[in-house]
Design a protein around this ligand. Structure first.
Ligand SMILES: [Ca+2]
Ligand SMILES: [Ca+2]
Length: 495
């Protein structure tokens, strides 16, 4: 063979095992100009010595087609130096219809099976040697009334939560729901709202202040530690992170007097917005990660000597780890700074197993951001908001605007305040294309979007909730749960 291109090992392996390869071997040998003498040592004949993958074009639907309803014709055409063996079509990373044989293929997609909003149609082609084209794709939007995709059921797990702001689930299945005015409510795994709060704090709940964050210690099953982020008027209005302990005799109630202050953040300005509030224990390092807003003083965000506009990282007892990146005066609170350049990181989420952290930064006038968390990273605020190529600034993984702009990086996704976030675990009971996805929603749109990390962080509409969502998590039973100001909405895969 004259070609010096070496197929990736996966292609070679695939060629040996593709039944189509064997079936077409004779034909390909005839068609190939250099079909003889191409035996692969130890691997049999490579069909035709074909090192050139097909190319494919998605011919329908049109890119950025919007408001699609009813049956949708999806068509693709491919070409190859020898012959196209097959074409595969996907919607949102999931194959639809049979794989077509030959150089063109059409399937019909029922748009009514999907939640309205953005979807991405893709096609790719293979040749007999296992060569695979890139994806031909179209970002489109579907219309309709669904609130969850086919194969899922949506229900309200619990209603009547007043001004909920954040939630966490204990290993025993109970949900701890923080409410802005200071109460932590317990919801049983079955969805019963206990009448007596776990505790009620005295908070300043004006504007975006109040009780706005909750996390359970990784050892909660043994120690009953509940961490809260709240605005207190004590000693000048400021945000505080404290640890409380559940009463061993009645774990639905706090042990009176158990509060241990983890951190008292500096005094707030008169502005009542941008308090952050995200609380999360790193699964790999056991550290407490805290999202702190800029308190409407944007210039603080890039300043490593201030804790506003940051992700902070503490030890579980409130001491500061020695390996944080920006420490100049040992023992000072800014030594807790782990990442900077954030405006209002209201939620954080970590992928089970990998430790991958997503920081959801609520934007100002233009953009909402999902950022990949990294030690010492600068996310750009206030010099940049949304997509950026500025050196030294970590651009968002995904950002979407406040006004819909289908041709822009957000596609058909828009909203006013990003609300994260939950990684769907690899062992969950959602279908395979959903596993490893990152789910987020938006305070204003109520659209639950999933990011397909395996497809370059493509965004697909998954579901919708009414009201104003403020948080997401994947429950112990594998359901996706969305907390709104009043309700926990449950998305479960149906058998
Ligand atoms: Ca080929
Ligand atoms: Ca940014």
């Amino acid at each position: 063979m004259g070609s010096s291109v070496t197929p990736p090992p996966a292609w070679r392996t695939g060629a040996r095992h593709l039944s189509a390869a064997a079936a077409l071997l004779f034909t390909l040998t005839l068609l190939s100009a250099c079909g003889g003498g191409s035996a692969t040592p130890g691997g049999g004949n490579t069909p035709g010595g074909d090192n050139q993958a097909p190319s494919v074009t998605l011919t329908s639907p049109a890119r950025l087609a919007s408001g699609l309803t009813g049956p949708l014709t999806v068509s693709a055409a491919a070409s190859d130096n020898i012959a196209v063996a097959s074409i595969e079509i996907q919607v949102d990373g999931q194959p639809v219809g049979n794989t077509g044989s030959g150089a063109s293929h059409t399937v019909t997609v029922d748009t009514a099976a999907y939640t309205p909003g953005q979807h991405i149609v893709r096609a790719r082609a293979r040749d007999a040697a296992g060569g695979v084209s890139g994806w031909g794709s179209a970002t489109v939007s579907f219309a309709g009334n669904r609130t969850e995709p086919a194969g899922f059921a949506r229900s309200d797990l619990v209603t009547g939560l007043g001004n909920a702001t954040a939630f966490a689930q204990a290993p025993d299945g109970r949900y701890f729901v923080a409410t802005q005015t200071g109460a932590v409510r317990i919801v049983t795994a079955a969805g019963a709202l206990l009448p007596t709060p776990f505790l009620t704090l005295s908070v300043d709940a004006s504007g975006e202040r109040g009780l706005i964050g909750v996390a359970l210690h990784p050892g909660f099953a043994n120690n009953g530690f509940v961490y809260l982020y709240y605005t207190t008027a004590e000693g000048g209005t400021h945000n505080r992170i404290s640890r409380f302990t559940a009463n061993p005799a009645n774990p639905d109630i706090v042990s009176v007097g158990s509060e241990v202050r983890i951190a008292d953040l500096p005094a707030l300005t008169g502005a009542t917005n941008h308090n952050g509030g995200a609380l999360h224990f790193g699964r790999l390092d056991g550290k407490l990660y805290v999202g702190v807003g800029d308190n409407a003083v944007a210039s603080r965000a890039p300043d490593p000597t201030q804790v506003f506009g940051k992700v902070l990282r503490f030890n579980e007892d409130g001491s500061i780890p020695g390996d944080n990146p920006f420490c100049t005066t040992a023992g000072s609170q800014p030594c807790a700074v782990w990442a900077l350049g954030l405006r209002n990181p209201y939620t954080l989420a970590e992928q089970p197993g990998s430790g991958r952290l997503h920081i959801n930064d609520v934007g100002q006038n233009s953009w909402e951001e999902v950022n990949l968390g990294a030690r010492a990273a600068n996310y750009g605020w206030p010099a940049s908001e949304g997509p950026t190529s500025t050196p030294g600034v970590v651009a968002p993984l995904f950002s979407y605007p406040h006004s819909i702009d289908p041709a822009g990086p957000g596609g058909f996704v828009s909203g006013c305040a990003v609300i994260g976030g939950a990684f769907y675990p690899a062992d969950g009971n959602f279908a395979a294309p959903y596993r490893g996805n990152y789910f987020f929603t938006d305070l204003c749109s109520g659209v639950v979007t999933r990011l397909d990390l395996a497809n370059n962080n493509a965004a697909y509409a998954f579901g919708r909730v009414a009201g104003s969502p403020v948080g997401l998590l994947v429950g112990l039973d594998g359901a996706l749960l969305v907390l709104t100001r009043t309700t926990i909405v449950r998305f479960a895969a149906t058998p």
